[in-house]
Design a protein. Structure first.
Length: 380
């Protein structure tokens, strides 16, 4: 039996479910296909979950700015599906040794809203720092933790409320073209996607497959864009007895070869690795993780004696490091939503709204220059 809809989305991470939710809000019938037994299984569920406006290049910063109102007033953004602000103050502290001062000064020139701190001020904010090692630091006080679960569940609630659904255990086996179906009839043929969960057809196919985005494109006969998955590892370390780090900022060095964030009564530490890997259910490389933890320990009056747990996720990058959002110029009805490169959570409200508008013929709220910079047409 074949199930038809206006839009098929491949990938039930926050990108795919968010775009599906926004398209459904515009009146489209939407089905989201997820290969795993549960949505948000891969990158979405393994994020550092922090909103940093000064993270990424100019286009990504513009998208993050566009997303900020939705984080602050998600009830209005979601039509009541999400109640209460999704951000809670965290701050990002970037520390510099004497040798890193040139890089720190450059960050002040490139960023907005940073506060300049002395070494002792940095030590007061993150008391585990090795005393006397840090010369100066910057603080981005508006950086904030994101409640990723409530954000994702809100998107899923929006999708279901407006008639969409998520089909799990629906790993794509074959993609082909078939007869026209659906109410949004802008292309001459429909996509037919065969999965263990059934056969699905729609005139519009959204590629939100994350690390598998180029593989999905090839299956559909669309030109791959060179989306590269890169592993990011992390470990949870116990805090010394009697220390409450709940109000400490996320901390990183200018070199960004590790970072640490208080989380759930412990410290999440990452080596900030970006190693290209094949699409997979990622796991940490023991040596990469150990080297990152050693760099962290060198900056701290803290000995790493135990790792409570470790994990890894894949962050997928387009060749120019900017996300890809829009219809493929050479493949009618094929829509790219990929290459978020570690910015997927903090940009999801804005990119979902943009995708929803483009998919249903609406007018994007985002500036035209940013929409153009995100379009896959830039690679043609």
């Amino acid at each position: 039996m074949t199930e038809t809809s206006d839009i098929l989305v491949i990938g039930a991470g926050i990108a795919g479910v968010g775009a599906g939710a926004m398209a459904a809000a515009h009146g489209a019938s939407v089905t989201v296909l997820e290969a795993e037994p549960t949505p948000a299984y891969h990158t979405t569920g393994r994020s550092a979950a922090i909103y940093i406006r000064n993270y990424g290049g100019p286009v990504l910063r513009a998208v993050s700015d566009a997303a900020h109102p939705a984080f602050m007033d998600p009830e209005a953004f979601s039509g009541g599906a999400i109640a209460g602000a999704l951000l809670s103050r965290r701050g990002v502290l970037t520390v510099a040794t004497e040798a890193e001062m040139e890089g720190l000064e450059a960050s002040f020139a490139e960023s907005k809203g940073l506060e300049r701190l002395t070494g002792p001020q940095a030590e007061a904010l993150f008391p585990l720092l090795r005393k006397g090692r840090i010369v100066a630091a910057s603080l981005e006080p508006e950086a904030a933790d994101i409640d990723v679960d409530r954000l994702f569940q809100g998107f899923a609630k929006m999708l279901r409320r407006d008639g969409g659904r998520i089909a799990v255990n629906a790993r794509v086996g074959r993609i082909a073209r078939n007869a026209q179906v659906g109410r949004i009839a802008r292309v001459g043929e429909a996509w037919r996607v065969e999965t263990p969960a059934g056969v699905f057809e729609a005139p519009v196919l959204v590629n939100a497959a994350g690390a598998w985005a180029d593989e999905v494109a090839a299956m559909a006969g669309a030109a791959p864009l060179g989306i590269v998955p890169k592993r990011r590892s992390a470990a949870m370390l116990p805090l010394p007895a009697g220390i409450d780090a709940s109000v400490w900022p996320l901390i990183d060095p200018v070199a960004f070869d590790w970072y640490a964030k208080p989380q759930s009564g412990a410290l999440m530490v990452s080596p900030a690795d970006e190693d290209p890997v094949a699409p997979m259910d990622a796991w940490p490389d023991d040596m990469v993780l150990a080297e990152g933890l050693d760099r962290f320990a060198q900056a701290m009056d803290y000995e790493v004696t135990r790792v409570e747990r470790a994990w890894a996720g894949l962050r997928s990058f387009a060749p120019d490091g900017t996300p890809v959002v829009g219809f493929a110029p050479e493949t009618p009805g094929f829509f790219w939503l990929a290459g978020q490169g570690g910015h997927g959570i903090q940009t999801s409200p804005a990119l979902s709204a943009l995708a929803g508008a483009l998919l249903t013929g609406g007018a994007p709220a985002m500036e035209a220059e940013v929409v153009s910079a995100l379009s896959p047409a830039r690679f043609s």
